[in-house]
Design a protein around this ligand. Structure first.
Ligand SMILES: [Zn+2]
Length: 531
């Protein structure tokens, strides 16, 4: 009991120490008025997603998006507007125009499928019989050697339809927000768990190119796998290979699970299923090309003008929808936040820089490259086997090599959880920022942004900052139907974002950027964890 009381007293003291976080409420009012009453966020998002369209990394549309966002930043009078190439070439560009899979027998029926990125087209319609093949290991390949010529290979197994257990559309409530504030103390890692994960990952990485080459060598016409989601939604990402010189395999598609199952049931009944497949898709370069982040700034005007506050969101998307929620919404909000700051005549002490990242969907590549060149990185492993693994699966991460601007970054804010409004911010186990963020959220409590949670959230570009000890943060957003229907699927189009929500988010992001650029100190950093 005594202990509990002591702990409570300490919390009050910490809160008390930071109670003087000063906020310019006159500026906050101007930011809110510009964001709520003269918003440009939907016109921006509409242009990005409906005029330019999906923005696969290194596709011609992504290059258009880089050029268009630069032109908007120029128009608004931002400084240092430029594209920055990643140090390592990303790979080839790819785009597709159409895809169809028709069942010809046992009866005519259109099957819904979309191509995997970085797989070849069919060069016109091709016809062949479907064959079911579980191809998950080298032994599986041997089993099917000589059996796939001229066939459309249905890879994997039928998946039973599962009625949805959770509602499709979700807004956080006071109860769920309160739950989100609770942090679960982690259990000990199971001994060997990380080694097993490394081994599984390595096996997958080794098997994918073998399978590509096997299907080509065997003369398969195309391959089809089941969409990861039910209800006719096509969840599809990449296949083949984006790297010049590697096998891209045969034309490969993801099919609506219910249609995939229908074909599999016919094959189970030993019926011949004849299909016509037509995919119009192209690689847009023969050689690997660099990928580009788009960068722009509002230069600082005060004594800390050499320090930097960054805003960011990834501009690349997958190709099945138009990348409206993932992550056109984040891009439009970050652009709008910069426009608002210019429109209200903000003269920040520190420089406010925006980055629209490339290659996020392939592993946070654009932000990781930028952070490593500007802010710092861990020494690369010398063992080539370690080097090819993603950073979080490596045995040791090496020594931090701080870059030129490591001590100049005041804060980084990211938005990448769909088209829902901001409900708070993840503090990433940085206890010192919590009271600061709480006071910054206060002027937005009335529009639903209330919580600071110590939880870590991952899977997007703030991690590129967080993992080298820089204060990088992602906002808590209302989920809407992002993780039930939209993420990486053909439903990721404009209908699944909410205009009022993005206006709210733009105001909060502009205000956070301004506060971070004006406070006397940079945001406190958490101690860099030992490996
Ligand atoms: Zn995303």
């Amino acid at each position: 009991m005594k202990r509990v009381l002591l702990a409570a007293a300490a919390v009050v003291l910490v809160g008390g120490l930071h109670a003087e976080e000063r906020i310019d409420l006159s500026m906050t009012s101007r930011i809110r008025a510009e964001a709520f009453n003269r918003s440009q966020v939907m016109p921006l998002l509409t242009h990005l997603t409906e005029e330019i369209g999906p923005r696969l990394t290194n596709s011609p549309a992504m290059a258009q998006a880089n050029a268009w966002t630069r032109s908007k930043f120029d128009e608004w009078g931002l400084a240092n507007v430029h594209d920055e190439a990643m140090a390592e070439p990303f790979g080839r560009g790819w785009e597709f125009r159409s895809a169809s899979v028709e069942m010809l027998s046992p009866r005519a029926f259109p099957l819904h499928a979309l191509p995997k990125a970085w797989t070849p087209g069919t060069s016109g319609p091709v016809e062949g019989e479907a064959i079911a093949a579980k191809l998950e290991s080298k032994a599986d390949l041997e089993k099917f050697r000589g059996k796939l010529k001229g066939k459309v290979v249905f890879i994997g197994e039928a998946r039973a339809y599962k009625p949805g257990e959770k509602p499709d559309w979700k807004r956080e409530t006071d109860e769920t927000l309160a739950e989100m504030k609770a942090l679960t103390v982690p259990a000990d890692e199971k001994p060997g768990a990380r080694d097993e994960a490394r081994e599984r990952r390595r096996q997958r990485m080794e098997f994918a190119p073998l399978l590509n080459k096997f299907l080509v060598d065997e003369g398969a016409l195309a391959s089809v796998s089941a969409s990861g989601w039910d209800n006719g939604i096509i969840l599809v990402s990449g296949g083949g290979s984006r790297k010049a010189g590697e096998s891209v395999g045969v034309p490969s598609l993801a099919m609506a699970a219910e249609h995939f199952n229908m074909v599999m049931r016919a094959l189970d009944r030993k019926q011949a299923v004849r299909l016509r497949v037509n995919v119009d898709a192209d690689f847009t370069s023969d050689a690997d090309q660099p990928a580009y982040n788009t960068i722009a700034e509002i230069p600082g005007t005060g004594p800390h003008r050499n320090e930097i506050v960054m805003l960011g969101a990834h501009m690349d998307s997958w190709h099945a929808g138009t990348g409206a929620a993932d992550n056109g919404a984040g891009v439009a909000v970050m652009m709008e936040a910069m426009r608002i700051l210019k429109a209200v005549g903000a003269k920040p002490d520190r420089t406010i820089r925006v980055a629209l990242w490339t290659g996020e969907e392939q592993g946070l590549l654009g932000s990781a490259d930028y952070v490593s060149r500007h802010f710092g990185k861990f020494a690369e492993p010398t063992d080539p086997k370690e080097k090819e693994l993603p950073a979080f699966l490596r045995k040791a991460r090496g020594k931090l090599e701080p870059g030129r601007d490591y001590n100049k970054l005041a804060a980084y804010f990211n938005l990448d959880n769909g088209g829902g409004k901001i409900r708070g911010v993840y503090a990433q186990e940085n206890m010192e920022v919590a009271p600061i963020f709480e006071s910054w959220l206060k002027p937005f409590n009335d529009v639903g942004a209330t919580i600071v949670t110590q939880r870590n959230t991952g899977s997007t570009d703030h991690i590129s900052f967080d993992r080298i000890g820089l204060p990088g943060f992602q906002f808590v957003q209302d989920g809407l139907d992002y993780f039930t229907n939209v993420h990486h699927s053909d439903l990721d189009v404009l209908d699944h974002v909410v205009a009022e929500d993005l206006k709210q988010a733009s105001a909060i992001v502009a205000s956070f950027a301004y506060n971070a650029a004006m406070r006397p100190e940079k945001l406190p950093r958490k101690p860099l964890a030992e490996d």
